[in-house]
Design a protein around this ligand. Structure first.
Ligand code: ADP
Ligand code: G3P
Length: 497
């Protein structure tokens, strides 16, 4: 496959990205575009699905041009996406009937409480691997069917399609010819049985969602269809799909059971490969499908933290104490420590392992000496403390000590955050040379399906350490900080009841 490349479409929560990779896993071109975040009410988060498509299509076209190639040079397209975010569209017009309801959106929290009160938690965890929380797609689909005029009748008549962002992009790329998702995305809907690998009829009935709306579930690495859009002059195979966190786990080459990565994007997501069998968490982690290749399914345990790098965006857009996300590093380095200030970044509730839909952001420990720098430092430390809570739960579930953490995502570029993370975990943090592991993982899945790479052996050696962070903090210091964090955490819980 001479002069051939893989195009990866990475549709994240805050931006759409397209990256062209070569056979060595090098980035040939990369284009990114932020899009609008819509906050119609406190706790609600929406995206315009058409804007998701237009930004994604735009960056794809530009990445190809910048790489100096055309569709003929693209061996396959890999898609990876913000997960759980829910789109319902009209099959005939391809128009969404409502904005995409984003994974962070809390509007179905009360309904989730009812499900819990009615004793469904165990059964749901058994079947789907998930915790009852408004995070997942199922209750969002139900909300759209119940709240958009005429939606339920249309859905029952087979006129509406539901999809997570991967499905929506495949639909648009094939001009409505292909309606699919992959197992990793399906496993985030609350509707998919991760043991039988089928949509679960009991869950569909419970949430009152007609099965005819759902996409067909495929593996993460196969040819699903070819592009029909005018974006590419030639028909390009779409050959890899995985949720962004699972793609990053694959891109980080966490392919052996026990290997762990943490991504610092909008949220933080720690995934531990548990091999070919689902492991039920006893510590409020999620059991999720990592990927499926050639009929073999890999499972992971996951700890999802809702606010990661997004708290830095809030420092920028909400507080206005920095001009760009990158500025946070010089601001935090202007002070020695947090000056006694702690921030719990629970602006959209708390995910794993606390699962408190009603927690809200808290800043505590302010004194007359507190400055913007202390608040910024507390924000970054708040990211690392949340990851620490997840890691502890992961260690308890796996029954092992995690001595090495592979990291990636936009905020992993931040050296202060990575050093603090290593300090507070007392664990080695490894940042790879290529930080775009999400896009790379999707590229690998797509390339494996079309024979661009022959097998895992072909790509395994491409993972290279860029920076290594070792713990430097004394045990006394970290212990004191952890006590402060736990106290602050207590203040943020059950706030918005
Ligand atoms: N230097 C930095 N320090 C800390 N956070 C940063 C820095 N640069 C970017 N970020 C954060 O990284 C996030 C973007 O990461 P990315 O992996 O692109 O996220 P997503 O895929 O969720 O859109 C943003 O929330 C941004 O605030
Ligand atoms: O957009 P990201 O990279 O923060 O990822 C979002 C997750 O997929 C949500 O589950």
């Amino acid at each position: 496959m001479k002069n051939k490349f893989i195009l990866s479409l990475d549709q994240g929560t805050t931006s759409s990205r397209a990256i062209v990779f070569n056979k060595k896993g090098d980035i040939i071109s990369s284009v990114q575009k932020e899009f609008t975040q819509i906050f119609p009410q406190p706790g609600w988060v929406e995206h315009d699905a058409n804007e998701i498509w237009s930004t994604q299509a735009g960056v794809a076209a530009e990445a190809i041009v910048r790489a100096g190639v055309n569709g003929l040079n693209i061996a396959g397209i890999g898609i990876t996406n913000q997960r759980e975010t829910t789109v319902v569209w009209d099959r005939e017009t391809s128009q969404p009937i409502y904005n995409a309801i984003v994974w962070q959106d809390r509007r179905t929290a009360k309904y989730c409480d009812e499900l819990k009160a009615n004793g469904y938690a165990d059964r749901i965890q058994d079947k789907t691997g998930l915790i009852i929380d408004s995070y997942f797609s199922g209750t969002k689909v139900r909300w759209i069917l119940d709240n958009v005029d005429g939606a339920r009748e249309k859905a029952e008549a087979g006129k509406l399609a539901f999809g997570t962002i991967d499905s929506w992009l495949v639909w648009k790329l094939t001009q409505g010819k292909v309606h699919i998702t992959d197992v990793s995305n399906a496993s985030r809907t609350l509707l998919y049985n991760i043991k039988t690998l089928e949509w679960d009829i009991e869950m569909l009935e419970l949430l009152n969602i007609p099965i005819c709306m759902l996409p067909e579930v495929k593996s993460s690495s196969e040819i699903y269809g070819h592009t029909v859009t005018t974006l590419f002059a030639h028909k390009v195979p779409i050959s890899g799909v995985a949720g962004d966190q699972q793609a990053a786990t694959f891109g980080q080459m966490c392919i052996k059971p026990g290997s762990v990565k943490n991504t610092y994007g909008t949220g933080c997501f720690m995934l531990c490969n548990t091999g070919n069998k689902p492991v039920k968490s006893k510590n409020k982690l999620l059991t999720t499908i990592g990927w499926q290749i050639k009929g073999e399914t890999t499972y992971c345990l996951e700890g999802s933290v809702f606010m990661g790098g997004a708290i830095v965006q809030w420092l920028r857009d909400g507080l206005g104490i920095i001009k760009s996300s990158a500025d946070v590093e010089s601001l935090v380095n202007s002070v020695e420590d947090n000056g006694g200030v702690f921030m719990v970044p629970a602006l959209t509730g708390l995910g794993a392992p606390h699962w408190d839909q009603y927690a809200r952001g808290t800043i505590v420990g302010l004194t007359r000496g507190s400055t913007a720098a202390h608040i910024a430092r507390a924000a970054l430390e708040g990211i690392a403390f949340q990851v620490m809570d997840v890691l502890k739960a992961m260690e308890a579930d796996a029954g092992v000590e995690i001595r090495e953490l592979r990291v990636d995502g936009g905020a992993a570029i931040n050296n202060m955050l990575m050093q603090f993370q290593s300090d507070i975990l007392d664990t080695t943090v490894l940042r790879p040379k290529i930080l775009e592991t999400t896009a790379l993982g999707a590229a690998y899945l797509a390339g494996l399906a079309v024979g661009y790479w022959d097998g895992i052996e072909d790509i395994q050696s491409q993972w290279i350490v860029g920076e290594k962070f070792e713990p430097l903090m004394t045990k006394e210091e970290s212990k004191k900080l952890i006590i402060g964090w736990d106290k602050a955490l207590g203040r943020s819980k059950s706030w918005d009841i």
